[in-house]
Design a protein around this ligand. Structure first.
Ligand SMILES: Cc1cc2nc3c(=O)[nH]c(=O)nc-3n(C[C@H](O)[C@H](O)[C@H](O)COP(=O)(O)OP(=O)(O)OC[C@H]3O[C@@H](n4cnc5c(N)ncnc54)[C@H](O)[C@@H]3O)c2cc1C
Ligand SMILES: NC(=O)c1ccc[n+]([C@@H]2O[C@H](COP(=O)([O-])OP(=O)(O)OC[C@H]3O[C@@H](n4cnc5c(N)ncnc54)[C@H](OP(=O)(O)O)[C@@H]3O)[C@@H](O)[C@H]2O)c1
Length: 255
């Protein structure tokens, strides 16, 4: 398929593959390239909790295709080339208009954020504590292995002990023979999750758009069908229309 062909090749692959791709000067080659688009990263810290700082949670992209080891442009730069504390990496803030905490701090929130999708929820939890928000907080996090990938794990476990984090569900996909993902934990807790939604909880999802967000979306529809006693059509309508559009309390930041 064309998309698979294009997505797994960079300029070096193309120049190596096609002898006829030749340029008289480096400038002629450079003039053919598109400008590099910026990369977005969710902010993982509350400014009120860390004045003057912005924390990011970045997964370094590394893979091998067509016999060459490759790194993501931005993450490879950060991991392998950027000097520590270098002050002049150009950045800007793109404000999210909708992916925000409820204005009413008494509302419960459910946060599903596997992998780097955890970033905004660490910031949310910091901010809710400083705001004195009384609503309950439920976090569902997933990664490959608990021993190496439990991002911000010490903080979340401490907050759970302190009663700042009311529920913590963990899905480590590669700690056992079969995959356990966040949507499996949601389904195990379907009754409780439905009760929170019925009590007006906001439902947030952040992270991988290609597989995870679709599966979590389907899990939510399945929970509405089973726990709410709805037909498949009514369950889909509840999630896609009522929660997402009418009440705007199912919010996603997926990539
Ligand atoms: C709203 C939003 C929020 C985001 N938040 C975060 C965040 O908090 N943390 C975070 O880490 N990222 C986040 N991202 C993703 C981030 O913006 C970058 O896309 C990501 O870091 C990769 O950038 P890069 O320049 O390192 O890789 P690029 O140079 O852009 O390379 C990525 C490309 O490499 C190719 N590729 C990658 N893996 C493979 C493979 N195994 N085989 C073949 N080809 C492959 C694919 O074509 C892929 O599109 C977010 C994105 C958006 C849109
Ligand atoms: N991290 C990288 O090196 C990398 C490279 C290229 C692109 N990306 C993209 O960056 C985004 C986020 O990546 P990330 O590093 O934050 O983590 P991620 O790739 O989203 O993985 C986080 C966790 O989600 C699990 N997972 C896989 N499929 C799932 C599904 N269908 N439903 C629920 N959970 C699922 C993974 O399990 P398993 O891995 O065990 O299946 C892992 O435990 C994604 O779009 C990803 O495709 C990441």
């Amino acid at each position: 398929m064309l998309s698979e062909y294009v997505e797994t090749r960079d300029y070096v692959d193309i120049l190596t593959e096609f002898d006829e791709a030749r340029f008289a000067t480096p400038a002629e080659f450079l003039s053919q390239l598109s400008p590099i688009p910026p990369r977005l990263y969710s902010i993982a810290s509350s400014l009120a909790a860390h004045p003057g700082e912005v924390h990011l949670c970045v997964a370094i992209v590394r893979y091998e295709t067509h016999g060459r080891k490759k790194s993501g442009l931005a993450t490879g730069f950060l991991a392998d080339h950027a000097e520590l504390n270098r002050p002049n990496i150009p950045v800007y803030v793109q404000e999210s208009k909708s992916f925000r905490l409820p204005a009413d701090g008494t509302r419960d929130i459910i946060m599903v954020g596997p992998g780097t999708g955890i970033a905004p929820f660490r910031a949310f939890l910091e901010q809710r504590a400083l705001d004195g928000a009384t609503g309950r907080n439920w976090l569902c996090f997933g990664e490959q292995r608990r021993a190496t990938d439990f991002l911000y794990g010490d903080e979340f476990l401490a907050w759970q002990k302190q009663g700042r984090l009311h529920r913590l569900d963990l899905a480590f996909s590669r700690d056992q023979a079969h995959k356990i993902y966040v949507q499996h934990r949601m389904k195990e807790q379907a009754k409780e999750l439905w009760a929170w939604l019925q009590a007006g909880a906001f439902f947030y999802v952040c992270g991988d758009a290609h597989r995870m967000a679709k599966d979590v979306h389907q899990a939510l529809i399945d929970i509405a069908r089973e726990q709410g006693g709805l037909t498949p059509e009514a369950a889909a309508e509840y999630v896609n229309v009522t929660l997402m559009r009418t009440e705007r309390r199912y919010l996603r930041d997926v990539y």
